[in-house]
Write a protein that binds this ligand. Structure first.
Ligand code: DC
Length: 231
């Protein structure tokens, strides 16, 4: 039997808990190897922002279904990389607020929301050459991904990094408020009925609590080379 030819461009799935630096790793990896970077959390956040903005009752799945049915969720180019857009409007600057962070996990529990976004994510990644980060990429969206990373970091490190990110944007959010949000989201994301956050059996676990950004990037590039990808 002939060996199946290696696809030229990999599908790379990066999953893990809230605030462990998935986006930082995924973005720098995509840049280094010239792949497309897709932040699936931004897609869930964009829908959440839209629902809050339009005062849709997020506990009513029927209402949510009607509201999101006509929505186009896309990515648009910007100077700082790809930004998520709703019906063509770049909404990146609205989606990282604490208000959106508080409602995004309940919204991401809804089947109607997951069905829409998972279909879109599969379409975007179907030809490979993509680094996608989220919670269910290696388990549900691309169970056959060429490389699956499950990223973790201890909770203190995750909270401290998130607080620093807010500070960089000029927002002061207390350590305790961030910790409460991260741990609550982790709980909802890991225990929900549909596509809960869990480590895929064939995922490589990287704990980056004590790794620099360069070290974790090099580890992942090494894993891709081991798998025969010319990166
Ligand atoms: O990656 P993030 O923290 O920006 O994601 C925001 C929320 O979106 C997260 O708490 C859970 C949800 N999410 C999800 O359910 N599935 C994904 N693939 C990505 C994010």
């Amino acid at each position: 039997m002939k060996n199946k030819a290696k696809p030229q461009k990999a599908v790379i799935a990066i999953d893990g808990h809230s605030g462990c630096g998935k986006s930082t790793l995924a973005k720098s990896l995509a840049k280094k190897i010239n792949y497309l970077y897709i932040d699936t959390g931004a897609m869930y956040r964009a829908i959440t922002w839209y629902l809050l903005e339009n005062k849709v009752d997020i506990s009513d799945e029927e209402q949510v279904a009607q509201a999101i049915e006509p929505l186009a969720i896309t990515f648009v180019k910007s100077e700082t990389g790809n930004h998520v857009a709703v019906n063509g409007e770049d909404v990146e600057k609205y989606i990282r607020s604490m208000e959106v962070s508080k409602s995004v996990s309940p919204v991401a529990e809804l089947k109607v929301v997951r069905d829409k976004l998972v279909a879109l994510q599969r379409q975007i990644g179907q030809d490979g050459g993509v680094v996608m980060d989220g919670r269910d990429i290696g388990t549900v969206v691309f169970p056959d991904a060429d490389l699956k990373i499950f990223l973790t970091a201890d909770v203190e490190t995750r909270v401290a990094r998130r607080v620093a990110e807010y500070l960089e944007k000029g927002q002061t959010i207390s350590y305790d408020a961030v910790k409460e949000n991260l741990t609550l989201r982790d709980h909802i994301d890991s225990t929900r009925e549909i596509s809960p956050l869990r480590q895929a059996e064939d995922a490589v676990v990287i704990d980056n609590s004590h790794l620099t950004k360069v070290e974790q990037l090099e580890q992942v590039v090494g894993l891709l080379r081991e798998r025969g990808f010319a990166v």
